[in-house]
Design a protein around this ligand. Structure first.
Ligand code: CAA
Length: 263
């Protein structure tokens, strides 16, 4: 498919989606969300892709939020549909069977911060800025921010950010646990590519099992989470990844994982 609001690139097992509306600071309109949905379909169906990176075009923004121009004329019913569209696609991103890394190269505000929150982890340029400023527009986050931010950084820190709408620098976001690593802006993509390459060498099925166990476990109590982990561990143990990984250890060689996501 030809995209207008996204760029899709693939380099070996690593795919990159770049939000590409730099004149609007890559704001998320419905067209962008639909294109993202389509790109996620392609990625979900292609086992050659082992890791996905999300980033923004230009040097100013990752994504500056949902598209305010499109949003401001919505009726309550239209707003519900818009939130449903954004939430559904962002949830699909979170459930994608491969690791997803956000490379936040600038503003990650509102829906942009919510997109990054659904990724498996975030690397940020030192010049990046995070925030959920919806309160200043007289609305609230609608693409999952009131739910994912408190789960990641704790309820009180999330309340302060959502109630004030204030921005966090990349370094403050790292201190809060939102960002894993901050890098100089001109080293961000190389740093993200390096960690993506390390992950892409691992077994796709075991990565998928670990990702699912973490996601499901965060939504339940510890004992239920441990049960999910036991079941996933049991499934993994006789998988081709486990055969290759354990044999490589015994034979004192590097494991070469086949890349199938099936356990
Ligand atoms: N939607 C639509 N257009 C946007 C946009 C957005 N979220 N953010 C920026 N733009 C547009 C601006 O309107 C401007 O367009 P024009 O050149 O046509 O005027 C262009 O991008 C450049 O922006 P600025 O001139 O404002 O750039 P700046 O450097 O002065 O400021 C900024 C940068 C602080 C990020 C500022 O653009 C801004 O505050 N943007 C809005 C941030 C925001 O409130 N995001 C939350 C949106 S609501 C949401 O996301 C709801 C949800 O959860 C679903």
């Amino acid at each position: 498919m030809n995209y207008e609001c996204l760029e899709f690139q693939q380099d070996g097992g690593i795919a990159t989606i770049t939000f590409n509306r730099p004149k609007a600071l890559n704001a998320l309109n419905s067209a962008t969300l639909r294109e993202l949905d389509n790109a996620l379909d392609c990625i979900a169906g292609d086992e050659n892709i082992r890791v996905l990176i999300l980033t923004g075009a230009g040097d100013k923004a990752f994504i500056a939020g949902a598209d305010i121009t499109e949003m401001r004329t919505l009726t309550p019913l239209g707003a519900r549909k818009f939130a449903q569209l954004g939430q559904t696609i962002i949830d699909r991103l979170q459930r994608l069977p491969i690791p997803v890394i956000a490379a936040v190269n600038g503003y990650a505000l509102g829906g942009g911060c919510e997109m990054a929150l659904a990724c498996d982890f975030i690397y940020a340029a030192e010049t990046a800025t995070f925030g959920l400023p919806e309160i200043s527009l007289g609305i609230i986050p609608g693409f999952g921010g009131t739910q994912r931010l408190p789960r990641l950084i704790g309820a009180n820190m999330a309340r302060e950010l959502i109630f004030t709408g204030k921005y966090l620098s990349a370094e403050k976001a790292r201190e809060a646990g939102l960002v894993n690593t901050c890098l100089p802006a001109d080293q961000l993509m190389a740093g993200v590519a390096e960690v993506a390459r390390q992950i892409a060498k691992k077994g796709s099925a075991s990565l998928r099992a670990a990702k699912d166990a973490i996601r499901q476990g965060l939504n339940c109590d510890l004992n239920s989470g441990l049960e999910i982990e036991r079941d996933a561990f049991a499934l993994c143990i006789s998988s081709p990844d486990a055969k290759e990984g354990t044999s490589a250890f015994i034979e004192k060689r590097k494991a070469e994982f086949a890349g199938s996501r099936d356990i």
